[in-house]
Design a protein around this ligand. Structure first.
Ligand code: C5P
Length: 223
């Protein structure tokens, strides 16, 4: 069974997807961290991100392990725990750049399909319900007002690193900019699937969103 949860940055999808996966005893697959891993590895190797052939070679060969743990998930890239590095804003930007390249998307989509065909998953991203698993049993599209999404991202960065040199206005702008890029790219843009259930999380807390999603999934499970 595939549960697809798509939406822009800060919509709450990864927090919610993690909890939903835990409740269902499904595997949680965070596809954003897969694009982030490719971007991180490319930058480490000083590869020009617009060099699609070389980035694709990295995407093909990189080993990404998503390891569930209490209250979250660790991401190992070629055996190295890169969880914290992958969250950095420079990597968010770089991930959006590599994610717009057709060769990279083809490779990552294939990897994601392999993961989803192996076991029951809750998979979050931008194109899960539209491209990766258009036949997913249940699809959700989470969104929230840009200001609120920026605030969440700001809080997340501050919680991870009190010393982080970030300000709210800049983060809101960065989140808006990345969304614009994700929504307007030619291939697999961020878009709500026609059959996805949309949830505006602006004024909802995490448990309210989880409850709504669990209720909808319950309908499929008990059919
Ligand atoms: O979800 P997250 O913010 O970690 O994703 C980082 C970037 O990776 C997104 O801004 C987007 O450009 C890209 N991405 C994507 N397709 C996905 C998941 C992430 O294009 N399924």
């Amino acid at each position: 069974m595939i549960i697809a949860i798509d939406g822009p940055a800060g919509s709450g999808k990864s927090t919610v997807a993690k909890i939903v996966a835990g409740k269902l005893h499904f595997r949680y697959i965070d596809t954003g961290s897969m694009y982030r891993a490719v971007a991180w590895k490319s930058l480490l190797k000083n590869v020009d991100l617009s060099d699609e052939e070389t980035v694709a070679e990295i995407a093909r060969n990189v080993k990404i392990d998503l390891v569930p743990e209490e209250g979250g998930q660790s991401v190992f890239v070629d055996g190295e725990n890169a969880t914290n590095q992958l969250k950095q804003e420079t990597i968010s930007r770089a991930a959006a750049v590599v994610a717009a390249q057709p060769m990279i998307r083809k490779i990552m989509t294939k990897k994601q399909r392999e993961l989803g065909n192996r076991e029951d998953v809750v998979m979050d991203g931008r194109d899960i319900g539209t491209v990766v698993f258009p036949n997913a049993e249940k699809k959700f599209f989470l969104d929230a007002e840009p200001k609120e999404r920026g605030r969440r991202r700001f809080d997340e960065l501050k919680t991870k690193n009190q010393e982080a040199d970030v300000d709210l206005v800049t983060i809101v702008e960065q989140v808006k900019q990345r969304d614009h890029e994700d929504r307007t790219r030619k291939i697999a843009p961020l878009r709500q699937a026609d059959d996805a259930i949309s949830i505006d999380t602006t004024h909802l807390d995490i448990s309210q969103v989880v409850d709504q999603i669990m209720k909808e999934i319950g309908r499929v499970l008990h059919r």
